[in-house]
Design a protein around this ligand. Structure first.
Ligand SMILES: O=C(O)CCC(=O)C(=O)O
Length: 290
């Protein structure tokens, strides 16, 4: 199952796309069994953490520092953690679509597995553009979300503002000029769309699309795997949680899934705001600041 012209045009116009049930139940079930094991093992541990464990270097981000009541909000870099997650990030159906949406080549950028815990335990993710976190020389970057359980309105699905990828880059800095990972000004969200679907449904949104998510009103964890991909000629302008060419050029090139190595970035006239000063913490902590 690939992408037809109508879907490609829809993505170009609106900055997002949903492919219902792209991943089979068999694959989803295997991944969910693995996740259950990981969570059970981790939540039993009573290791001391601070700062919600939420720096890039830690595997897990929690909703509390207290070992008695903490639950996992995020597994950082799941593709390094287990081959099953890596294989999902290289899934042919996902990559074929990403290739078309990115314009012909695909480089893996980053990955995270988000759990939206019930109600305030999980909280909301405020409106933001991924582009604010990792600006590149052009904006052929995409975020792909895989729902690992059915996700409907009441589960706190991803929400997007259609056509926002063609508009400005919003400031993600607060009044004190700190990078807080959210849009602080009031935005028009009248036309927001919730990206819902059964387990195995895959969402695609452009790196400049304004998005976020509301509360999970159910007693579930709403697992959502998020993969970031770039065109190979989009060169990072800052250091972020992904592999940086200046630190490890070999590994950076090993992230190419479709296309060839290049030393020639493509520059486009794209709006940019550099996300500095930035703290090495997760979006959950960043967005708590006003
Ligand atoms: O997990 C969510 O609901 C949204 C997360 C998100 O947008 C992000 O991590 O950038």
């Amino acid at each position: 199952m690939s992408l037809n012209k109508k879907e490609l045009n829809f993505y170009k116009k609106n900055g997002y796309l949903v492919k219902e049930k792209l991943i089979s139940n068999k694959e989803i079930n295997k991944i969910n069994s693995l996740i259950d094991k990981i969570i059970n093992k981790e939540e039993k541990k009573k290791t001391k953490i601070k700062n919600l464990g939420g720096s890039y270097n830690n595997n897990f981000v929690y909703n509390s520092n207290s070992s008695n009541k903490r639950e996992i909000l995020r597994l950082n870099n799941p593709t390094y953690y287990n081959k099953l997650f890596f294989n999902l990030s290289r899934n042919k159906k996902i990559i074929n679509i990403a290739k078309k949406l990115l314009g012909g080549s695909v480089r893996f950028h980053h990955c995270k597995l988000n759990f939206k815990l019930p109600s305030k335990k999980g909280g909301e993710v405020s409106w933001h553009q991924d582009w604010a976190f990792y600006p590149h020389t052009n904006d052929d970057l995409i975020t792909v979300g895989v729902y690992l359980e059915d996700c409907y309105e009441e589960n706190g699905p991803l929400q997007v503002i259609p056509k926002s990828h063609k508009q400005k880059i919003f400031s993600h800095h607060n009044k004190s000029k700190e990078f807080v990972g959210k849009i602080c000004e009031k935005i028009n969200s009248k036309n927001k769309k919730s990206l819902t679907g059964k387990a195995g449904t895959v969402t695609f949104h452009h790196v400049r699309t304004v998005h976020g998510s509301g509360l999970n009103l159910k007693n579930s964890k709403r697992p959502l795997m998020l993969f970031g991909y770039t065109n190979t000629d989009a060169w990072p302008l800052t250091v972020d949680a992904s592999i940086n060419p200046n630190d490890n050029f070999k590994k950076y090139n090993q992230c190419i899934i479709v296309g060839k190595k290049t030393l020639v970035p493509r520059f486009e006239k794209v709006p940019l705001i550099i996300p500095l000063p930035k703290k090495n913490v997760s979006i959950y902590q960043l967005q708590k600041k006003n």
